[in-house]
Design a protein around this ligand. Structure first.
Ligand code: ZN
Length: 264
């Protein structure tokens, strides 16, 4: 990282927007939650215009059942749409509580636990503010110190104008792939979330293997979000297995407290 940028990031951390992720990682998040949510909802509406929703009531019921069980443990309002696209082995979640699942994912996620793995992972991106981080990093890299100083200060017309401009740039940024660190973080936090919801965390490593196989089989040009920037499959599985004992504890407690989802 260039020295100026490092200095800038430290300056920003001191003045405004540094937080810490659930796993203790320092984060730079420049944008208010409300603004991120607004962008997420806008992007989701765009998606809904471009891609038809599945008309299968059985599949919609199934996906909603899993998503509802998972989101129940994290709170907040969430909406899930099942998009009709058998080629896309993918899913996403956006700030503002929007979840998109593609019908193609159901070929790789072969049971409710595996679907919960993906939804847990996606929700973790949102809960940990990964989109905000991405957009903030891009913003800092593009615009440099001067603009950042304006942003960090009191509300001024210049700041208002900047925030307005951001609406455009960030709509693109919001769907950029996440970095490796963020993917790993979502894997681990997602594992805890699914276990809290009473889904079997032992299915998570199986899901990621399925994903990889299916993506290769279908020769996807742009690999799914999960695979594009992620550490190798082996690293991913090893990290998940390291966390498995504590996830199993969470899972057993959830089951004991009556959380036994039965979606099909
Ligand atoms: Zn991800």
């Amino acid at each position: 990282m260039p020295r100026l940028l490092t200095t800038l990031l430290i300056a920003l951390c001191v003045t405004t927007a540094c937080t810490t992720s659930s796993l203790g990682r320092k984060q730079l998040k420049l944008f208010p939650e409300g603004q991120m949510a607004q962008m997420g909802v806008q992007a989701f509406t765009e998606m809904q215009k471009q891609t038809p929703a599945s008309k299968s009531s059985r599949e919609n019921r199934y996906v909603n059942c899993v998503a509802d069980s998972v989101t129940a443990v994290v709170g907040g309002e969430w909406e899930v749409t099942l998009f009709e696209d058998d080629e896309q082995i993918n899913a996403f979640a956006l700030p503002g509580g929007k979840i998109g699942v593609y019908t193609g994912l159901l070929k790789a996620a072969t049971n409710q636990h595996q679907l919960a793995t993906v939804i847990g992972h996606e929700i973790a991106h949102v809960l940990e503010g990964h989109g905000n981080e991405r957009v903030s990093q891009g913003f800092v890299a593009q615009t440099g110190f001067q603009v950042a100083t304006v942003l960090a200060g009191d509300p001024t017309p210049a700041k208002q104008q900047l925030l307005g401009l951001l609406g455009l740039g960030t709509q693109v940024g919001i769907l950029l792939p996440f970095g490796r660190t963020q993917e790993s973080e979502s894997d681990l936090i997602g594992l805890d979330i699914m276990a809290h919801a009473g889904f079997d965390p032992r299915e998570a490593p199986k899901l990621w293997v399925n994903m990889q196989t299916k993506a290769q089989e279908s020769g996807q040009q742009a690999p799914p979000e999960f695979l594009s920037t992620h550490p190798s499959g082996e690293t991913r599985i090893r990290m998940l297995n390291n966390r498995m004992p504590s996830a199993m504890n969470i899972y057993q407690q959830a089951q004991a407290s009556g959380k036994r989802p039965n979606c099909r």
